[in-house]
Design a protein around this ligand. Structure first.
Ligand SMILES: Nc1ncnc2c1ncn2[C@@H]1O[C@H](COP(=O)(O)OP(=O)(O)OP(=O)(O)O)[C@@H](O)[C@H]1O
Ligand SMILES: [Mg+2]
Length: 279
């Protein structure tokens, strides 16, 4: 069997702070992405998606389990992984081009080459001619394009994306989803994409892993097989609707069970409040 590009084995992350019980954000997550795969994790707010991406990015370490890149444990951040965050994490005092050049500086690439590579990636994300613009001169969608270009320019092995299009309007989001698919096909990168959007997950992913709520665990993994060339409007096609319904049911049962738990907890604590905590 070939080694997966990225592998999570029994990953758990908990947070503890003085005077509070340990909080388990994600638990027992095991999943692997093959080289060149587009893997999407979909989960409700608070299911530990960003926590998971931070772990893979090497910004934090797992409480248990391990994360492997090409079979080797991840020990910290590195240029082998490019991260695109939900909010535009651009340096405001640098132009679009200089933002893209940022990662290349760490690689010791000459100034002239950096300039040329940055321009190439600006072109790839459809921003040729905007190299001298500062972030405040760009729209939200353009800023995210720069962020994508920046993470691709230093040629990482894996692209990690944490709801990168969530703050954008529906039309811009859809066009960036298409751009991302085009870039993925052109570059063959392995992508781990995180979202709370069901449609986005189905549209982008070759496989979609559904996360449970608190703590985040993998509930099911669905391979998505849609012939993109056969229909014009994929999102309205029957197979797409079937996937949407299946994932919706999966996420809904999650939310319902957590609501029931919350209610059970609330009703079990109510008598206590009533019993003597009134001032
Ligand atoms: N540093 C931390 N200390 C304590 N708790 C944390 C920390 N980081 C995250 N958490 C908790 O872990 C849980 C998961 O948070 P996380 O940000 O990973 O969720 P998410 O799935 O990305 O949510 P969203 O969709 O809203 O971005 C939350 O309940 C959050 O309060
Ligand atoms: Mg998040």
């Amino acid at each position: 069997m070939t080694t997966p590009k990225l592998e999570l084995r029994g990953v758990r992350k908990s947070f503890s702070s003085p005077g509070k019980p340990e909080f388990v954000a994600i638990d027992d997550i095991s999943i692997a992405a093959a080289e060149g795969e587009f893997l999407v994790l979909v989960g409700p707010s608070g299911s530990g998606k960003s926590t998971l991406l931070d772990l893979v990015g090497g910004l934090t370490t797992p409480t248990a389990g391990e994360i492997l890149l090409d079979g080797k444990p991840i020990t910290g951040p590195g240029l082998d992984r490019g991260v695109v965050f939900q909010q535009y994490a651009l340096l405001p005092w640098r132009t679009a081009r200089a933002n893209i050049e940022f990662g290349l500086e760490a690689k010791g690439i000459s100034r002239r080459q950096r300039h040329a590579i940055a321009d190439e990636y600006l072109g790839l994300v459809g921003l040729g001619g905007f190299g001298d613009h500062y972030p405040h001169e760009l729209s939200g969608g353009m800023k995210q394009r720069v962020a994508i270009a920046r993470s691709l320019a230093y040629d990482p092995e894996v692209l990690l994306m944490d709801e990168p299009f969530a703050a954008l309007d529906a039309q811009t989001r859809e066009s960036l989803q298409d751009e991302l698919l085009r870039i993925w096909r052109a570059t063959g990168k392995t992508i781990l994409f995180i979202t709370h959007g069901i449609d986005e997950a189905i549209y982008l992913g070759q496989r979609v892993a559904v996360l449970t709520e608190r703590p985040g665990r993998i509930k099911e993994v669905l391979p998505i097989s849609i012939d993109r060339d056969s229909v014009e409007d994929i999102r309205s096609s029957e197979p797409f609707r079937d996937y949407r319904h299946r994932i919706w049911l999966s996420l809904r049962s999650e939310l319902q069970s957590s609501t029931n738990e919350d209610e059970a907890q609330r009703s079990s604590t109510l008598p206590l409040i009533g019993a003597g905590n009134h001032v």
